[in-house]
Design a protein around this ligand. Structure first.
Ligand code: NAD
Length: 358
């Protein structure tokens, strides 16, 4: 089954297109929808045409899968319209700016029997497969601590795009747009977060939202985690270090594909390095990033078991973001899961910038 795709948004959508084109037996991109024809132009081919008509694209009967690569404030309405038109949806992070909207999409997905695949492409790549294989082999044991670094460089040129850096357009700052990936990776590796304490600051750029953060997290499995986030680093570096009873896992520093960079897995007695090497030697090297992500979706829709990102995964990421903003504003640790009666269930925007329902 080849899925016919429309990509909405030609920014990061260009990278999505490259990944679909690397999987030609699984996907055919029929349409690039973008208000900006000059941005779409380099992406077109005999197979792939341009339109500016979002409504017509979302309801096109010739499309199976709508891929939402639009600015965040357009994600909810577009995803809802696509589900109602009978399409499966891939939606870039952050899926939506509230738990309430996530739950509405969940209901709509059930009612329409169409699926939403939230984007977390950092989960895909050889190192993620190795890590999961070591976990499955029982070699990691109890998780003690982890450290996370999202140390990236974003300047005024990056924030010249009007929707960025604003509550209304971006719906949040570095916690939402940048560190969402590493925190998803954390929960992919260790399971859900049980408590967070957060300090946030806007220190690098003249923007409305945060661009630095220091977080401490307690995981439901008892592990303790620190996460450091800034957009004022000299270079772009993502780093993950997970300390388990049986081994210590240390990522490379590739900022946007941490599961593609070489990781080290160092045994701690009584686990031996030979046991680790034995598992790694048998572990395949799947494609990373968007190719791995799209391949898993294609397998899943063909009925082949695959490691997909679920709506529940996106909900937990957004629940953590809600809790981070609640902790930073309240100056207190916040426990998860959050009840639907939580004052920020409808959105985490500050009181003068409510994102949802304003
Ligand atoms: N997963 C990742 O690693 C990753 C990386 C970058 C961006 N993103 C996410 O992707 C989304 C888009 O980010 P971006 O950097 O590509 O933004 P961008 O502003 O560079 O591109 C968005 C495009 O959408 C078009 N657009 C806006 N409104 C439209 C409308 N109504 N109809 C048709 N086209 C419209 C714009 O013309 C623009 O070309 C954001 O949610 C962002 O957080 C994810």
């Amino acid at each position: 089954m080849t899925l016919t795709v429309a990509i909405l948004g030609a920014g990061i959508g260009a990278q999505h297109l490259a990944a679909y084109r690397a999987l030609p037996d699984r996907f055919r991109v029929k349409t690039i929808c973008d208000l900006d024809a000059t941005r779409a132009a380099p992406l077109l081919s005999a197979q792939t045409v341009h339109t500016t008509d979002l409504d017509a694209t979302v309801t096109d009967p010739g499309i199976d899968l709508i891929d939402v690569c639009l600015p965040p404030h357009l994600h909810f309405d577009t995803t809802a319209a696509a589900l109602k038109a009978g399409k499966h949806v891939i939606c870039e992070k952050p899926l939506v700016p509230s738990l309430a909207e996530t739950d509405k999409l969940q209901t709509l997905s059930q009612q329409t029997n169409r699926q939403i695949f939230p984007v977390f492409q950092y989960r895909y790549g050889p190192a993620a497969t190795q890590f999961k294989a070591l976990q499955a082999a029982g070699l990691t044991g109890k998780a003690h601590v982890a450290t996370l670094e999202t140390h990236w460089n974003r300047d005024a040129a990056y924030y010249a795009t009007p929707w960025r850096g604003t509550w209304a357009g971006e719906n949040g700052g570095a916690i939402l747009t940048h560190a969402i990936h590493i925190h998803d990776w954390l929960t992919y590796a260790l399971g859900p977060v049980a408590q967070v304490t957060a300090l946030l600051a806007t220190g690098v750029n003249r923007i409305d939202v945060e661009d630095c953060a220091a977080l401490t997290l307690k995981m439901a499995n008892g592990a303790l985690v620190t996460s450091s986030v800034t957009l004022g680093a000299a270079t772009d570096t993502t780093r993950i270090r997970l300390v388990f009873e049986g081994l210590t896992a240390t990522s490379g520093t590739d900022p946007y594909a941490p599961a593609n960079a070489a990781w080290t897995f160092t045994a701690r007695a009584p686990t031996t390095q030979a046991q680790i090497e034995n598992v790694l030697a048998k572990t395949p090297s799947p494609p990373d990033g968007y190719i791995g992500f799209f391949q898993a979706i294609s397998d899943h829709l063909r009925g082949t078991p695959a490691q997909i990102v679920t709506l529940a995964d996106a909900r937990h990421a957004l629940e953590l973001i809600t809790a981070i903003y609640a902790s930073a504003r309240g100056g207190q640790p916040v426990d998860l899961p959050l009840p639907n009666s939580h004052p920020m269930y409808q959105g985490w925007g500050p009181p003068d910038h409510p994102i949802f329902g304003d």
